[in-house]
Write a protein that binds this ligand. Structure first.
Ligand code: GLA
Length: 728
């Protein structure tokens, strides 16, 4: 690394004296090469596998040859997809951005490259930033836009990044779904023309599509082979990912906030910062792309609280829904503590004094305890948690309001609205979204958390929900001529509030929830320790959704709960062990009344929780190797988490299919040290003793990866196995 940075520094020195105009942005395994000659348009020359010598890039097979504009602007050469379009104060709609200066430095092990570009005629600047994280091979890029024209410039579009990949056979992996089926995988060939993945909900932005993708240039995507580019936009609002196979068969990719109904009037000297776009390249298929993103999340600040393990929790929602009272919660806490649980989270239904929250129709906005339900207040619950040696957490939905609430009586103007039209409401026919562009609303949302925490500093965890979108687009706060700023200002307001909460409460654990998996982005995860993966807790469905989420987001953040025998969302009945094992592949939790469990199930849950504590570091901090995809094998799934030193791993296999006589192929593992021997022991088994374990189950990494192991077990439907591998 040292040498590499030395090389970069010398290179930059040469650039500054005009000898070269190429900038090499590098991680341990990737290179992004840019041409940035002073007075000329900055060009993207190459993105891919690490280049050994910059000067030879033109001969590398996957180079782009002549290069294309690094940040294509509308106006002069505008037939292709562009990243920025503005109207200057004199009405001119064009931009011609040329390099003014560049800079490259290393700060805390991260290489930061800055390319300042300026319009040839107008005092208008676009500065491009690239942060290269060496070990995770992720490059984070964003732009900052500024001008010194006499009056406002209108920004009609300002995307985060533009990429181009060479001609080839381009395949796209995207995540899509809906409520209770979020983040499932679709892979398809990118045909000539434009493919758009976008969001326009305004608040939740990952319930239908996720702003992350993988693209291969060499045909269908594979788990372990082939050149793949992965991208993820870190933005909590509306977005666009645009893929265009152009007339030369090259693939243009543009990613950024969704500019529709969002033109922005940029004042003189104001800085407009675009959301960050994260990219990584792998020559070893999808698996390595995922591991790169996970490493970045865990080590480079992508996931809040990434260094401390997440607790095993019981959430009250599916156990009691709105029927909260001190006695029932006391019992849940006592029962959960007995089986080894660590944290209890009180979900919806605890608040509303004048209008107690008994359904989804009322009370959002009134964040004081419903005294009839909880006479001893939150203090009473914290007391029970403390007596049982567990932590206490609480659910809030602070961006939202019901029309039946004291807050609405006091501040009807705080709602996002079109005053002269009938209001379209959400959940319960009464839910609306508060106007976070308004600093008074920002203050109010901050105070919801601040008041809770000031009164009850023992609150260890907040589940932050958001169950509505932006309807009735309009703000009573923003002036008449800035109504089009609302989609953007909402999320800048949101970020201000969560940043303020983080500054004051750095150790508070927070979960991002939005009707389930509606807020799974690296914009949220910068502030939140974890996310609620989906309201659908059916273990079979979760195999697919969690496989999807794992493409970009780490298991540590992926809340995964064991729920009732007959699943509340699908009605499907799945054996307890299978449900438990699926939940153990993420951040384990429970979502039920423990008193509904049989004695046998309680004993199994106690064992499962104990085992999860033993494997927690592997699951939450290990490297994920996906072995068998449910999408390709009718739900049959296998994956493993490996410690970074390859000394220990936990392997999971699931077979939901009930078919007699169909032998399963051997399970081949991955990532192990081929020359090391591993001892295999089944854990979390039912019955007296493990089926796998003992001297017969010592195998080399090479055998485990090349030949695999036979797990004759898994027939008969909803069977699963968990195996701990230890290097001997
Ligand atoms: C949303 C969440 C659930 C639960 C309910 C409470 O649907 O996703 O987990 O908290 O709200 O109303």
């Amino acid at each position: 690394m040292k040498n590499h940075f030395l090389f970069s520094t010398i290179l930059m020195l040469l650039i500054s004296i005009g000898a070269y105009s190429q900038i090499e942005i590098s991680t341990n395994e990737n290179t992004l090469l840019i041409s940035a000659e002073k007075g000329k348009t900055a060009r993207l020359l190459y993105y891919g596998d690490k280049l050994s010598e910059v000067s030879h890039f033109k001969n590398v097979g996957s180079s782009l040859g002549g290069g294309r504009d690094l940040y294509p602007a509308f106006g002069l050469n505008c037939s292709g997809e562009y990243a920025i379009q503005v109207t200057h104060e004199d009405g001119n709609m064009s931009l011609e951005l040329v390099v003014e200066n560049t800079n490259q430095k290393v700060e805390n092990g991260v290489q930061l490259t800055t390319i300042v570009t300026k319009d040839k005629v107008y005092p208008f600047w676009v500065t491009l930033y690239f942060k290269a994280y060496a070990n995770s091979n992720v490059i984070e890029t964003w732009t900052e836009i500024k001008h010194q024209e006499k009056s406002n410039v209108t920004l009609f579009k300002a995307f985060s990044a533009a990429l181009q990949l060479p001609a080839g056979n381009h395949w796209l992996l995207q995540l899509n779904g809906n409520w209770a089926s979020e983040n499932c995988i679709t892979e398809s060939l990118l045909a000539p023309g434009t493919k758009l993945i976008s969001n326009k909900e305004g608040v939740r932005n990952t319930q239908t599509d996720n702003p992350s993708f993988m693209v291969s240039v060499d045909g269908p995507l594979s788990e372990n082979q082939g050149n793949v580019v992965g991208g993820a936009l870190a933005w909590s609002g509306n977005y666009k990912l645009l893929f265009q196979v152009n007339s030369s068969d090259k693939l243009d990719i543009i990613a950024g906030y969704n500019e529709e109904a969002s033109h922005y009037f940029l004042a003189k000297n104001e800085v407009f910062k675009t959301p960050a776009f994260l990219m990584t390249f792998s020559n070893r298929g999808k698996g390595q792309i995922s591991r790169n993103f996970h490493r970045w999340a865990l080590n480079d600040g992508g996931l809040y609280g990434a260094k401390k393990p997440n607790d095993i929790l019981l959430n009250s929602w599916e156990g009691v829904y709105f029927n909260i009272n001190q006695q029932v919660l006391d019992t849940m806490m006592t029962d959960f503590a007995k089986i080894g649980g660590e944290l209890f989270v009180m979900d919806d239904g605890w608040f509303g004094d004048k209008y107690p929250r008994n359904t989804g129709k009322t009370s959002l906005g009134d964040w004081s305890v419903a005294k009839a339900k909880l006479p001893k207040g939150i203090e009473g619950l914290i007391e029970t948690a403390k007596n049982n040696g567990i932590k206490f957490g609480i659910w809030i939905e602070p961006e939202m309001i019901n029309s039946t609430s004291e807050l609405f009586e006091k501040h009807p103007e705080w709602v996002i609205q079109q005053p002269n039209r009938q209001t379209i409401k959400g959940r319960g026919g009464s839910q609306m979204t508060l106007d976070l562009s308004n600093p008074k609303v920002q203050e109010y949302v901050f105070k919801i958390v601040d008041d809770l925490m000031t009164r009850n500093p023992q609150i260890a965890y907040i589940k932050w929900d958001a169950n509505h979108m932006i309807t009735n687009y309009g703000s009573t706060y923003l002036p008449k001529d800035k109504q089009s700023h609302l989609y953007l200002e909402y999320h800048w307001g949101f970020e201000k509030v969560v940043q303020r909460i983080r500054n004051k409460y750095p150790n508070l654990v927070m979960q991002a929830c939005a009707s389930g998996g509606g807020r799974i982005t690296y914009s949220h995860l910068k502030y939140f320790d974890e996310f609620w993966t989906s309201d659908n807790t059916d273990a079979f469905e979760r195999l697919y959704m969690q496989w999807g989420v794992s493409q970009f987001y780490p298991a540590k953040g992926m809340a995964s709960h064991v729920s009732a025998k007959k699943n509340h969302q699908t009605g499907r009945e799945i054996p307890f062990k299978f449900r438990f094992d699926v939940a153990m592949t993420g951040r384990l939790g429970m979502e039920m009344k423990p008193s509904d469990l049989s004695e046998q199930e309680k004993a199994f849950a106690k064992q499962g929780i104990k085992i999860y504590k033993e494997i927690r570091n592997l699951v939450q901090f290990g490297d994920l190797y996906r072995l068998l995809s449910p999408y390709e094998n009718n739900g049959r799934t296998s994956l493993m988490y490996l410690s970074p030193n390859k000394n220990q791993a936990v392997f999971f296999a699931f077979n939901p299919i009930s078919r007699k006589g169909s032998d399963l192929p051997p399970f081949k593992m991955d990532g192990l040290n081929p020359d090391a021997n591993y001892k295999l022991v089944e854990i979390n088994y039912e019955g007296d003793k493990p089926r796998i374990g003992g001297d017969n189950y010592i195998l080399s990494g090479r055998e485990l990866m090349n030949s695999g192991i036979n797990l004759g077990m898994i027939n008969g439907g909803y069977k699963s196995i968990v195996i701990l591998l230890t290097k001997i």
